[in-house]
Design a protein around this ligand. Structure first.
Ligand code: G3H
Ligand code: 13P
Ligand code: ZN
Length: 307
């Protein structure tokens, strides 16, 4: 099986991005791996700090190891998403993660460099990949513009990568986390993205906050007892351009998986008020999330990339 470094370089060379999907339970993990197997796409299964404590540190690796046994030919890489301290990154490395993200985006440049470097030194000794972040993603419900988002500075990015030795870099170019990304139209700063990749041409870049917030899910949620008016995300076309024409080699999705899951469960329970067996709703949710992952992998130009 080829390693993560191979796939990132392959993605950089051939214009695709590897999907990184967050999971917090077995149902979601199964759907991520079923969908990626169906499209023959290498995949990162990501656990946030919140997921780390929700699932429980001791359960994560056994879950992933079991799923690997069911998908023997699929490269499944376990990734820590938004680790905010050296300590949590170290715990993930020690637990057997393949990749960790140290997110020092809220720190000063110097402090971010210092801790990222420490994570790199520790992780690299064990062959673990390190993603770092420079720049700040816009907050939920912000209309992204230069006053509200601290876009990644291309020259600083070069200095940052040289000083830290990180393997990949998450950039702030206009996306934001969550289900309420834009009030108007999405404004992605492709000009800044281009400057970043010109400054660090060999570094795989990562796009966070990349969910599209499909309106079909929002409609179902609103119809069956939820309230998510005004939810909006990043068009699939933008994501596809980032993967094909820019150096975005990893695209993170969490919100869209949550929407697929919750909309399916809400609809099923509303239409079957007597059903109190959660497996029925969960099976439908796995099916819906599997289709979503397949669609994402196609959007990311990551179909048929398993070597
Ligand atoms: O980027 C953040 C992810 O969506 C993780 O969210 O901290 O609620 O698990 P979470
Ligand atoms: P979304 O909220 O857009 O799915 O972003 C997920 C993410 O960036 C996880 O790190
Ligand atoms: Zn993120």
């Amino acid at each position: 099986m080829k390693d993560l470094e191979f796939y990132f370089q392959d993605a950089l060379k051939n214009g695709y991005a590897i999907g990184a999907f967050n999971f917090n339970n077995l149902e979601t993990l199964k759907a991520i791996c079923n969908g990626s197997e169906n499209t023959h796409s290498p995949v990162l299964v990501a656990v946030s700090e919140g997921g780390f404590s929700y699932i429980g540190e001791n359960h994560i690796l056994p879950m992933v190891e079991a799923i690997r046994k069911e998908h023997k030919k699929l490269p499944i890489f376990l990734h820590l998403d938004h680790g905010k301290s050296f300590e949590i990154c170290k715990r993930a490395v020690d637990a057997g993660f393949d990749s960790v993200m140290f997110d020092g985006s809220s720190l000063s440049f110097e402090e971010n460099v210092k801790i990222t470097k420490k994570v790199v030194q520790y992780a690299h000794k064990k062959g673990v990949f390190v993603e770092a972040e420079l720049g700040v993603l816009a907050g939920i419900e912000d209309t992204v513009n230069a006053n509200e988002a601290l876009f990644t500075n291309p020259q600083k990015a070069k200095e940052f990568v040289e000083k830290t030795g990180c393997n990949s870099l998450a950039v702030a170019v206009g996306t934001s986390h969550g289900a309420y990304k834009y009030k108007g139209k999405p404004k992605i700063r492709f000009d800044i993205l281009e400057e970043i990749q010109n400054a660090i041409p060999n570094v795989p870049l990562v796009l966070h906050g990349a969910s599209s917030v499909p309106q079909k899910y929002i409609k179902i949620i609103n119809k069956f007892g939820g309230e998510m008016s005004g939810a909006a995300g990043t068009d699939a076309k933008i994501l596809s351009t980032c993967a094909k024409n820019f150096h975005i080699c990893k695209i993170n999705t969490d919100t869209d998986m949550r929407l697929a899951y919750i909309s399916t469960v809400r609809k099923h329970l509303a239409q079957n008020p007597k059903d109190f067996d959660i497996r029925n709703a969960n099976l439908l949710a796995i099916e819906e999330m599997t289709k979503l992952v397949e669609e994402k992998n196609r959007t990311f130009n990551c179909e048929n990339r398993v070597k």
